[in-house]
Each structure stands twice: as structure tokens, then as C-alpha cells.
Design a protein around this ligand. Sequence first.
Ligand code: SF4
Length: 382
Amino acid sequence: MGKADLGRSFRQGHGPAVYPLHINRKLKIKVLAGGARLEDYASPLFIAWQLTNVCDCRCLHCLEESGPKAAFPGELNRREIFKILKEIAMARVPYVAFGGGEPLSHPLFFDICEYLSGCGINLKIETNGHCLSAAAARRLAKLSVKAVQVSLDGPCPATHQALRPGADFNKALSAFDHLARYGVRSEAVFVPTRLNIDEIKGAIELAARHKAAAFITGPMMRLGRAACAWNELAPTKKQLAVFKKTIAEQKALYEGGMEIIDYPWNIIQELKFRFRHPQALLLIVPNGLAKLINAMPFACGDLRQDSLISVWEKAKTAWKHPQVARFVKRAVTDHALLAAVNKPVLLHTAVQTVGRLPLPPDPGTSPGAGFYRQFLFRPARQ
Ligand code: SF4
């Protein structure tokens, strides 16, 4: 295929380039045979971009560990952001999604969306809904926004706000209403935890009443704060069994109306599968490093300095890096590794000497970037 934008077509094969959940059906993307390997693509098909790690919430299950004072040191400035935007446009990347921290709280959020939309790039936004006023929804309606995902973790303020300290349940509901009023597709996102899983039915009903086009759920991702609080937050087996049954019933009930999507994989399944079949995506974190996937700390390039295309070429090699293989193998049993994936470290793909795998951190502690540097190759002595 070679070019990401060639006929806006994705090729199908073992290891889809992008999970269908990430593709809005309205895009009418043509699926062809083949194209399963990253090497088939001259540029990414999808960019997930965390504009900032700042958020007015501090959700117990936040996989990014975002919060009011959680800005990355050295988040990208306007000039650096627009350098990357121009490269995304030049590379004809078809799809960009903005996620947490809270993207709408970023001072350049609309400038960024308007630039990409003007270049014909499809957008998706993940938000807690707090900044989604009527004026914001009206502005988004003029852009190529394919969906806005709003977090809805319960059918009432008590449940939603218990899980999401700092959240405002009523503002989240208003966000759905404003989006509906201006004809922007909204999707409710529900993360099942021990605290809210029993209220899934009420949350689905509420999302439908507020005209969400889809209700999306799936296993809580065992990353960041969710990983640290796993023992308190993970649903019990009994809760999960009831949850699955309720989802099946609600899918049947809403057939032809609000779409109900239950993402099938937990983060370990995702990591193992993506290791064998990487997606054609890059994850840009607030300081401009480009990660391979959110479930690993490894970044393949720095978009402040490197071009998008050169980082994309590094990504293809990085997935084959022995340290990536070691990390995936180890994370399957050592879940403490997943608690600290939010401190990205550059994976230097050109260096050839393999270091020893370090001992795991104490469970529940955040080992930080220093720990992960030990995973990296050390330069061979000249
Ligand atoms: S609203 Fe989203 S980004 Fe903000 S703390 Fe909660 S989960 Fe994290």
C-alpha cells in the first residue's frame, strides 16, 4: 500500500492495522486484502495524541495518571506543536485522536483541531466533558470530528464522582446534550470497576436518554493509577459474570439504536497481540516523545527534533527490539511493570548490545524512568 492515505483504504490481514473500534463507520473506509505489516505503510494510519497531562479530574482508574498538577516537564509549545501538525498533514495521516489529560483544557485545542480539519484529517476526542459547552460543541460541529467520547462512569453523581475525584456529573451530561444539539456524534465511555460495575444498566439507559450514538466499555486497563489500585478497583469474578450477561441483554435491547461496544481484550491480551501484530499508529505524549503503545514505556523518537516520517521508520524497527520482547514477556506475569509505563524512555533501536533484565520493582511502587533505562541496549564498546 505504501501511503497511508491511498484511497483512504486499509488493508485487511492477520493483525489489523487499526482495531475496528477506532474507525468510525461513517468514514466508509474500504478494506482490501493484505497490508498486515507496519512495513507496508509509509506513514501511520492513526495518531493518538496526549496534548497535555493536565486534567481537572484525578480519576482513581486513570491509566495516564493525569491530574491538576500532573503536567509533563517540558510539554510541547505552540511552535513545536505546529511543527508536528504540519508533518502529520504532509504525511497524509488519515486519523488523529486526542486524549487525556483533558484535551479541551489545552489552550491551543481548537487551533490544533481547526488546522487538522482544514487539512482533511479525521478527528476523535476523548474528554471528561467539563469544557464541552454549547459554544464548544458548535465549534466542533464545523470540523471533521467523527466522534467525541465522554466519560460516564455511572448513572448518578455519587458513583461517577466517587470514581472520578474532581468530576462534575452534570457537566458530563450537558456535554452529551450540547453535542446532540449540534449534530456531533457522542460516545459514552464506561470503565467497569468494583465501585460502578453493578450500575452498568443505569449508565446505558442514561447514555441513551442523552442521545449518545454509542456506549463503549471493556476491561479496565491495568496501567498507571488503575494498576496501582488494582486490588481495590478490579471487579470480582461474580461481578464480571453479571456484567457480561447485562451487556448481552442490553445489546439485544438497543439493537438498531445506540450501539453498545464491549472491547474484548484486557491490556495483557492487547500487548501480546500487538507485539506480534503492531498497529500502524504512534502515540504522542505531551513532551513530544512518540510511544509505540500506551502499555509500554518505550518511545521510538522525539518529535521535537525528529521528523514524523523518521520516527515512523524507527517505530517499525522498535517493535522488533529485543527489549520490547523482554518487556512483553515479563509484563504478562509481572504486573508491577504496568504501573509505571507513563514515564517514557527512548528506545535506541540502532544499538546492538543487550543488557541484563533488571529485577522487578516492589509491587505497588512506581519505579520511574530510571528503572526502565536498564531495559535499554547499551552501546557496544568501540
Ligand atoms: S478525566 Fe480522563 S484524563 Fe482526566 S484523570 Fe480522569 S481518566 Fe484521567
